[in-house]
Design a protein around this ligand. Sequence first.
Ligand code: PLP
Ligand code: ZN
Length: 418
Amino acid sequence: MASSFVRGLKCRLCGKMYPVSPINFCEDDFGPLEVDYDYEAIGEVISREKISLRPKTMWRYQELLPLEGEPTVGLQVGGTPLVKADRLAAALGVEKLWVKNDAVNFPTLSFKDRVVAVALSKAREFGFTTVGCASTGNLANSVAANAAAAGLQACILVPADLERTKILNTSVYGARVVAVQGTYDEVNRLCQQIADRYNWGLVNINLRPFYAEGSKTFGYEIAEDLGWRLPQHVVSPMAGGSLIGKIRKAFWELAQVGLLEETPVRFHGAQAMGCNPITEMVKSGREAHRPVRKPNTIAKSLAIGDPADGYFAGKVIRETGGWAEDVSDAEISEAMALLAKSEGIFAETAGGVTVAVARKLIEQGRIPRHEEIVLCITGNGLKTQDAVVEQLRQPVKIRPSMDDFAPLIEEVGELALV
Ligand SMILES: *Cc1c(COP(=O)(O)O)cnc(C)c1O
Ligand SMILES: [Zn+2]
């Protein structure tokens, strides 16, 4: 089932083609490069039936991913649930709502396992033995775990002020972790220099065109689980601004290769107020973002002040008739608790951003209450527990006696007595 459908890398600004290699920028205009496929040829070999017979992982859409041979890293990634969220829908005052839940993606509980599975499989095709990344946390976890499982060396750079859990969840896999005293954007610039100096496969630097393709599988799974059709609204969190555009590309590709009929989907972008370069750009009607120099939010996984795909994310939102909003830290933690209480899904801060922004857009009338909505939940709350602590009631302490227990129930009257 090897994929020979890749025609090369194509500049997203000028369209210039490059051969498949570990590069990420066009030499003429510094435009980002993107994988270019022969969709006609893919359309001839792919079918719903064929896909449905394959294991429920991201690799069931392998023809639409940029590997030459079989995947060798992250074989079990993807296939996460699309949850019909009726209780959250009631709380938000809408009728048809789904949660695409990558909080339970294997192996590191975020959608980053999808991009890393592609990037590290590609790194092996290129012959790299050391891999790495610049990360706001989840990517670090995923590169470290998947590299360990694949027997690759990993060197990972993160901002020094990251949540303790995200650092621990990287170090545990034996990766070399470097905590840089600076913002994510400074970490990222350092990583670009590292890529120039060492022969390493840095997943979101020189492997970025391949890495980014992994996000498409989040979109393919939404469409397949809806019965091979598209929702009317998607609300996606944005950090570098890549995921939102890749979900749109995924929907478009499924139509290109004849797997579904394309219907209009509005894409809405979600950020935190403390780091909102893309939402601020959309709301003020500009086509270029103003970088946020010092991000300040509990949603650290989204804290990229100078997003690489900010321009393209804005374009997706404008072209599809969607909108963008940002929310406060208080709204984020409250929405994390709401999602947990209504659907039993504990998402990280980025999930709180998505739910809180969805609520805002519904209240503004930007998302009509009777239309179909998919919320993108991209990471797990167990990694950002401090963000929700203040929302929770402390357990009541009692002695092991009915004299202590019964008054709690009978006087407060919160639990129904049978
Ligand atoms: C990386 C990340 C995102 C956003 O990804 P981009 O493609 O950079 O916009 C969203 N949610 C979580 C939890 C992430 O780790
Ligand atoms: Zn170019």
